[in-house]
Write a protein that binds this ligand. Structure first.
Ligand code: F0G
Length: 418
């Protein structure tokens, strides 16, 4: 067993007399080492493996993560281990250009989840799911993914010092996300199937008890993702009037609605938002109310034909008097470029579905939910879920090949063309 000098010192100080017993016991335990960075140590009393938390108070207030900030609202006890990469506390950006598109004195804010540690909103749920998995002495995490869940699971598994297997639809994962899973050391398994089939396999593997599933069918994931709603309500002083977001496996819309409802029932906010979910036109099972066997969209993150949280998403939409609608791939890519060039926020295509959806709501004739008659001064939040650098391939194709110019002022001025 490896125990860092710091951890050993801490143990001697606080547990003099018991250290030898602990160390002897720990030798038989998995994982066979102390997780040094967190100063956590496994020990065993009888048959029950417990975590002894030897952590000192956090050194810095900033970047402590969503469990530290919202522990009272999460299924994490005071003594539970915390595996965090400093997720959450993402910017809620007021967007004047987007607000102008809506008009009527409305304010549009973008909740930029792309600045989480692994570049997507998944980290909020993953910190809770992996912390709980460690508390239950998990050996291996497993997930199916369209890319972001796998990147996040791999990172938090690395931080916790446990293994992670990710089951991915072959050839359908954006390059940045695949690269992340590899870099964080996950076991990557590409299957000749789509996401829905991959999730079915993962469910079956999870039933055998060898793996802890960290897809959003794990309630700890949903619990963690609720914190985005808490942050928004805390920042603007109430829930927004409308919340617009992309929908794939439908965990996020479920989590936001649960978060807003939870805050409302505790008197932390006075109102509840109208939830507006957008699916890609070629992968829109909730919109069409039927399973899509061969979902297809450029927004590979939401290329899902049979969402796990379908029922919960329907409930969120129904209870909030919201709507689900579709946006085409062309609308998604146009919105992605628009947001980057007008508001300076670069998001991946799946995230741009929320912005494309917002634009669609301005078009009374096409939208399921029109913004034409919403109250003046409404506050609208759009969640953008993942960073643009994760999925650079489409934009790379559009870029003209860069031809070098001579290294003199005239040539460079001519090339600038301004
Ligand atoms: N946006 C991005 C960037 C995503 O990665 C996902 C889902 C969604 C939106 C949709 O969220 O599934 O909660 O409705 N990605 C999952 C994954 C499926 O495996 O990374 P949802």
């Amino acid at each position: 067993m490896r125990i860092s000098p710091a951890a050993a010192g801490l143990l001697k100080e606080r547990d003099s007399g018991t250290l030898c017993k602990h160390v002897r016991d720990i030798k038989t335990l998995w994982p066979p080492r102390c997780v040094e960075a967190l100063c956590l140590l496994f020990t065993r009393h009888g048959d029950t493996a417990l975590w002894l938390q030897r952590s000192e108070p956090m050194k810095f207030e900033k970047g402590r993560g969503v469990i530290a900030r919202y522990r009272d609202f999460l299924p994490i006890s005071d003594k539970g281990p915390v595996i965090s990469l400093g997720e959450g506390d993402t910017p809620l950006i007021h967007c004047p250009e987007l607000s102008k598109r809506i008009g009527r004195g409305c304010d549009v804010f973008v909740k930029n989840e792309g600045v989480n540690p692994t570049g997507s909103f998944k980290d909020r749920g993953m910190t809770v799911a992996v912390s709980k998995a460690i508390e239950r002495c998990a050996h291996v995490l497993i997930c199916a993914s369209t890319g972001n869940t796998s990147a996040s699971a791999a990172a938090y598994a690395a931080k916790a010092g446990i293994s992670c297997a990710v089951i991915l639809p072959a050839g359908k994962i954006a390059s940045g996300k695949l690269l992340q899973a590899f870099a964080y050391g996950a076991k990557i398994i590409a299957v000749e199937a789509n996401f829905d089939d991959a999730l079915r396999i993962v469910r079956e593997l999870g039933e055998r008890g060898d793996f802890v599933i960290v897809n959003s069918i794990n309630p700890d994931r949903i619990a963690g993702q609720k914190t985005a709603a808490f942050e928004i309500a805390d920042e603007i002083g109430d829930a927004p009037d409308f919340h617009v977001l992309p929908v794939g496996n439908a965990g996020n819309i479920t989590a936001y609605w649960a978060g807003y409802r939870g805050y409302h029932s505790q008197g932390r906010s006075r109102t509840l938002p109208v939830m507006l979910g957008f699916q890609a036109a070629g992968a829109a099972p909730i919109f069409h109310n039927r399973i899509i066997e061969q979902p297809e969209t450029i927004a590979s993150a939401i290329r899902i034909g049979n969402p796990a949280s379908w029922k919960q998403a329907r409930a969120a939409i129904g209870e909030s008097r919201g709507a689900v609608d579709v946006v085409t791939d062309e609308e998604i890519l146009a919105a992605q470029m628009w947001l980057a060039r007008h508001e300076g926020i670069f998001v991946e295509p799946a995230s741009a579905a929320a912005i494309a959806g917002l634009f669609k709501c301005c078009d009374e004739n096409k939208a399921v939910y029109s913004f034409r008659k919403i109250p003046e001064g409404s506050r609208i939040v759009c969640t953008v879920t993942g960073h643009g650098l994760k999925d650079p391939d489409v934009i790379m194709e559009r870029m003209r090949e860069l031809k070098p110019v001579a290294a003199n002022l005239d040539a460079v001025r001519r090339a600038i063309e301004l």
